[in-house]
Design a protein around this ligand. Structure first.
Ligand code: PGA
Length: 247
């Protein structure tokens, strides 16, 4: 385990440019004024467009920057895509790959593997999302789905390269529309399954949880997980600060 706790905000396509700057500044001030210990790693993943400016706003703060996606090729005729090198140059240290919302738009396990490799090539940390959908859970396919996703995502990772795996049951994400959440103890049951799917030569990783985490529930999840990936409850600085404090 590299950090005491890792708290990652995934702002998705929710905050505009100015709102992103204001929210990041407010969070930065709250973290500066209140001692939450120096071992928690806080990461904000804003829209691509806000990354570069946020890197200036947050320089010297305890908040690191992440991207919500990346393209796996280094350069070329890939209209609309953003490379790992560009993200690195803009100030990113982390990149989410394989989020279920991207998988729902057609991203394959193979692409997630290539994206993971591309992120590591630029010494950034991939946050690889895995998790079953509701119908897969109902058909008792959870184990098969997760271990398949983990194996394919990590197929090109080399020994000594650090990565984060985020277990996100798709149906438990606040905006999934299922209306359901998972208990922390049920989520924790998947930790062993995920560990077992990680190839033996890869030992440098942390496993975090994501899906409807808020300031009141975060502690239940961080008892067993190394951290959390937070969507809705990360959009407002004060609320997210409370969540970080409680983690
Ligand atoms: P949520 O989103 O916290 O709003 O459930 C988590 C995620 O999609 O990463």
């Amino acid at each position: 385990m590299k950090y005491e706790k890792i708290i990652i905000a995934n702002w998705k396509m929710n905050l505009g440019f100015n709102q992103s700057i204001d929210t990041a500044k407010e969070l930065h001030l709250l973290l500066e004024k209140n001692d939450i210990g120096d071992k928690k790693q806080v990461v904000i993943c804003p829209s691509f467009l806000s990354i570069y400016d946020l890197s200036k706003v947050l320089s010297g703060s305890m908040i690191a920057l992440g991207a919500q996606d990346v393209f796996y090729e280094a350069k070329g005729a890939f209209t609309g895509e953003v490379s790992s090198e560009n993200l690195h140059q803009a100030g990113c240290q982390f990149v989410i790959v394989g989020h279920s919302e991207r998988r729902a738009m057609g991203e394959t396990d193979e692409e997630v593997g290539k994206k993971t490799r591309a992120v590591l090539q630029y010494d950034m940390t991939p946050i690889v999302c895995v998790g079953e959908k509701l119908d897969q859970r109902k058909k008792a396919q959870t184990e098969e789905v997760i271990s398949n996703q983990v194996k394919k995502a990590l197929s090109e990772v080399e020994p000594g390269q650090y990565f984060i795996l985020a277990y996100e049951p798709v149906w438990a994400i606040s905006t999934s529309g299922s209306g359901q959440t998972i208990t922390a103890s049920e989520a924790a049951k998947q930790i062993e399954l995920i560990k077992n799917a990680i190839p033996n030569h890869l030992r440098d990783f942390d496993i975090i949880y994501g899906g409807s985490v808020n300031a009141s529930t975060v502690k239940d999840f961080t008892k067993n997980f190394a951290g959390v990936l937070v969507g809705s409850a990360s959009l407002e600085a004060k609320g997210f600060f409370e969540l970080i404090k409680n983690s």
